[in-house]
Design a protein around this ligand. Structure first.
Ligand code: UT7
Length: 335
């Protein structure tokens, strides 16, 4: 019997900081509205031409994680790449990472589970390690949102929220089954697929059709979110799936050393914190600095919490996510 444990973490954020005040200049919004509704003060946006892409950011985060793990790229047996903003429609970004890291022919798989992507990817890595199929797995969450947002007043309910960035983790096999990933719980509910989605282009309406229609009011190629509906579902599902994890791991909520919720909205994280009666020291948030970076938000936050010495050997770590799909999940890690 094996467990999988995280032995290296890394993150990359583009240097370009976009504050709420910057956004006030290009759309009808306000620093006060954004902070009050979401907790966000600033986010990072890739500058066009700075060389970054979803996979490039992922590679930057991955190199740090691999080095901190004390490994080299050639030690990686499997790459899992979580994103909703892949470099290309196809192939996935995982193979681009594999090529950039010059790993000869290890499998590289993309995980398209949006905000829950990193949690799904960790759970997948864990299963491959537990069965003994792979020893060292590189898991990346990376998003390049800013190039595809409607940065006008029309798209403000979405565009003020999302930011760019990447995080990565290296998992390895451990024979100590009391440490590492103890359990994961994954869920989806496809009936709400379009409540948080980007549906155009799609296989019923390919790119040439959209372009030939030349309709300035067609916003199907921008993300859409039914904000309040998503919010209401998020708080319920976060709580449910954290509870499931606590029960399976046999942990009491007071024992949680660090809860790292997907950074969707500070209000959601605060709701969950209150519901479980957790102190500020038990929950990690950085949405005020990076916005919502979707699949990258948990690995970026986990990396920061570890860098700040808030996640150390013995810490009981809870990761939880909810997002488009709807999809949601949790992973309990005995560090
Ligand atoms: O990461 C995946 C999961 N995502 C989430 O969990 C996000 C869940 N949803 C949310 O976080 C919130 O619903 C939002 C932050 C997206 C929006 O907050 P809200 O309190 O639900 O606002 P709302 O959409 O109900 O809009 C309230 C008002 C509207 O104006 P009226 O109709 O009351 O006049 C909007 O037009 O706020 C307006 N508004 C804005 N005003 C200034 C919407 N976006 C903005 C904006 N700046 N950026």
């Amino acid at each position: 019997m094996y467990n999988s444990k995280i032995i290296g973490l890394g993150k990359y954020l583009p240097e370009n900081v976009v504050t709420n005040t910057d956004l006030e200049k290009i759309m009808e919004t306000s620093d006060a509205w954004i902070q009050e509704r979401t907790g966000i003060k600033e986010r990072r946006h890739i500058l066009k031409g700075d060389g970054n892409s979803t996979s490039v950011m992922g590679v930057k985060a991955a190199k740090i994680a691999i080095e901190r793990a004390g490994l080299t790229p050639n030690d990686i047996d499997f790459i899992l790449f979580a994103t909703l903003s892949p470099d290309y429609y196809f192939p996935g970004s995982g193979v681009l990472v594999q090529e950039a890291l010059a790993i000869p022919d290890c499998p590289a798989m993309d995980i398209r589970m949006q905000c829950s992507g990193f949690v799904y990817a960790l759970a997948t890595a864990d299963q491959f390690i537990k069965t003994g199929m792979y020893k060292n797995v590189l898991v990346i969450g990376s998003e390049y949102h800013s190039g595809g947002l409607d940065m006008t007043t029309r798209g403000r309910n979405i565009s003020v929220i999302f930011g760019d960035g990447a995080g990565a983790a290296v998992l390895t096999r451990s024979e100590n089954t009391k440490e590492g990933i103890l359990c994961s719980h994954l869920h989806s509910e496809g009936k709400h697929a379009e409540e948080l989605s980007l549906i155009g282009p799609n296989t019923g309406r390919w790119v040439p059709e959209i372009l030939s229609a030349n309709d300035p009011d067609d916003i199907s190629y921008y993300p859409y979110m039914n904000g309040q509906f998503v919010f209401k579902n998020a708080v319920v599902r976060f709580s449910e799936v954290i509870n499931k994890g606590l029960v399976t791991a046999g942990w009491k909520k007071e024992e949680i050393g660090m809860l790292i919720p997907h950074q969707a909205n500070l209000r959601i994280a605060q709701f969950v914190q209150k519901k479980f009666g957790l102190s500020d020291a038990q929950v990690y948030n950085n949405i005020e600095r990076y916005g919502n970076t979707t699949a990258a938000s948990i690995p970026i936050a986990l990396t920061e919490a570890w860098e700040e010495g808030k996640v150390v050997q013995g810490t009981k770590v809870v990761l939880a996510a909810f997002g488009s799909g709807f999809t949601w999940g949790s992973v309990m890690i005995q560090w």
